[in-house]
Design a binder for this molecule. Structure first.
Ligand SMILES: C[S@@+](CC[C@H](N)C(=O)[O-])C[C@H]1O[C@@H](n2cnc3c(N)ncnc32)[C@H](O)[C@@H]1O
Length: 449
């Protein structure tokens, strides 16, 4: 935390200033009333009522239960807390689940650092790879990435860096790359995609322009791959942005109904978690480096809503970078120090620079040699890690550092899949997919999404 930056509990001068203290009080209360603590959630502060709220989960079919602690008095507010019978119901269900998990010898929600099944530190060094993300990511070991943040190429960008024969082919690329991301992400970790509808201009006076709802098709792909949707953040650009593109001028001319078209000033950041039955609390408690978790607390002044106002960025060296401030927010909100942050469509390496500044490791992939040249210049200027390993798919990916990694391409026998199992291709392995390009848009009507 930044010096002088005080948590809300400190500013309000509460007696209970930390989540750990609130949890201790909740535990003591449960012990007093004879309820096994079950699955206590992470305490939330509610400074409107000057209380801490701690959920107790276990029975998904029952209404949610919580214990409420008076933040000034440091006692349980029994009037605001759930009834004893409901606490008991959740606790009993959690107990039954824990017993079953033990019997199956599976890691349960009560794991702590170092126990079997808890996450391990990634073995990856800082990496910059020139190549097609749909294939080069296959070289990295499963579970070796802690966060993915990316902005895929635009479907209809005029620049040569994003030419696709059809929209189906475009989505097929995204499906293969996100399939790899799913395999690479650790359990319960996050993927954030910056994506927006694209405008396909009309070809002549007798035809209309079309907007393709890319984020909604991407959502369908991600859910199918095993990601759980969490949030839609709207990156809002300052007033005036977008007007130059011409949308809205027709309506402004005579304001006839039906011709209304808003000027688009936002882009989506869609936030997903690799689907798991583990609560977020599990990721915090079982992180292999508790000191890194403590050191990654987010300073005050963070974004409180899902509308983030930031000016767009421009960089002579790349046609479509996102702002560094955007990448910094995503990296700091969704990863810990020392974590590995992957951007499979890295462009000028904005995600990597943010990761480096925030003491994370970066894995950056781009198909364009010019993008790698920009990253090399940034590494020379100290904006990326000096020890970054540079690889090129044309030169083979088994660089000296990758060779020793368990599950990496260099450690596998020919024909083996990324987990060391024989490669079957297709969506479930995230390996080289045998899935054919998908049909989307009108043809997919009736499908999920
Ligand atoms: C929208 S740009 C990313 C910009 C980036 N966020 C930045 O801040 O500079 C998309 C990038 O994807 C890259 N790209 C396109 N197809 C690719 C592929 N199959 N594998 C890896 N990179 C690819 C393009 O070269 C381009 O640099």
């Amino acid at each position: 935390m930044i010096a002088g930056d005080r948590l809300v509990a400190e500013r309000r001068r509460y007696t209970v200033t930390t989540a750990a203290a609130a949890r201790r009080l909740a535990r003591a209360h449960l012990a007093r009333v004879g309820v096994h603590e079950g699955l206590l959630g992470l305490p939330e502060i509610d400074d409107r009522y000057h209380v801490w709220r701690i959920s107790l989960s276990g029975d998904a079919s029952a209404p949610p239960a919580e214990i409420v602690i008076d933040a000034y008095e440091a006692v349980v507010d029994t009037a605001r807390s759930s009834r004893l019978a409901l606490l008991q119901q959740h606790s009993a269900a959690a107990g039954r689940r824990a017993t079953k998990a033990r019997q199956r010898r599976e890691p349960s929600g009560a794991l702590s650092h170092g126990e079997p099944g808890s996450p391990r530190l990634s073995p990856l060094p800082d990496l910059a790879i020139r190549g097609d993300a749909a294939s080069v990511l296959d070289a990295l070991p499963s579970g070796s990435v802690d966060l993915v943040f990316t902005s895929p190429p635009y479907f209809n960008a005029r620049r040569s860096y994003a030419e696709f024969a059809s929209y189906q082919e475009y989505l097929y690329l995204l499906e293969r790359v996100f399939g790899q991301c799913h395999r690479l992400l650790g359990e319960g970790r996050f993927l954030v995609v910056n994506v927006s509808p694209v405008l396909v201009r009309r070809v002549g006076r007798s035809s209309a322009s079309r907007r393709i709802p890319v984020p909604f098709h991407v959502n369908a792909i991600l859910e199918e791959l095993g990601f759980e949707f969490l949030d839609d953040i709207h990156w809002m650009k300052p007033a005036g942005a977008g007007w130059a593109l011409g949308r809205g001028r027709r309506f402004a001319a005579d304001r006839q109904p039906l011709q209304y078209k808003p000027v688009v000033v936002t882009e989506y950041l869609l936030v997903y978690r690799r689907a798991t039955d583990k609560l977020l609390d599990w990721n915090l408690r079982c992180h292999p480096d508790p000191e890194a978790v403590r050191a990654s607390l987010i300073a005050d002044g963070y974004e409180r809503t899902n509308v983030w106002q930031l000016p767009p960025s421009s960089d002579r060296r790349h046609p479509a970078p996102f702002p560094e401030a955007l990448a910094e927010r995503v990296v700091s909100y969704y990863s810990f120090r020392g974590d590995v942050v992957l951007d499979p469509f890295a462009g000028s390496g904005t995600t990597g620079r943010a990761a480096h500044r925030l003491a994370r490791r970066s894995v950056a992939v781009d198909i364009d040699p010019a993008a790698l040249a920009v990253m090399r210049a940034d590494a020379a200027a100290g904006l990326l890690a000096s020890g970054t390993m540079w690889l090129d798919e044309d030169g083979g990916l088994a660089g000296p550092g990758l060779a020793g990694l368990p599950g990496s391409v260099a450690g596998r026998a020919p024909g083996e899949g990324p987990t060391g199992r024989p490669s079957t291709g297709g969506r479930s392995t995230g390996g080289r997919s045998t899935v054919r390009p998908r049909r989307v848009g009108r043809a997919r009507r009736g499908n999920r999404g």
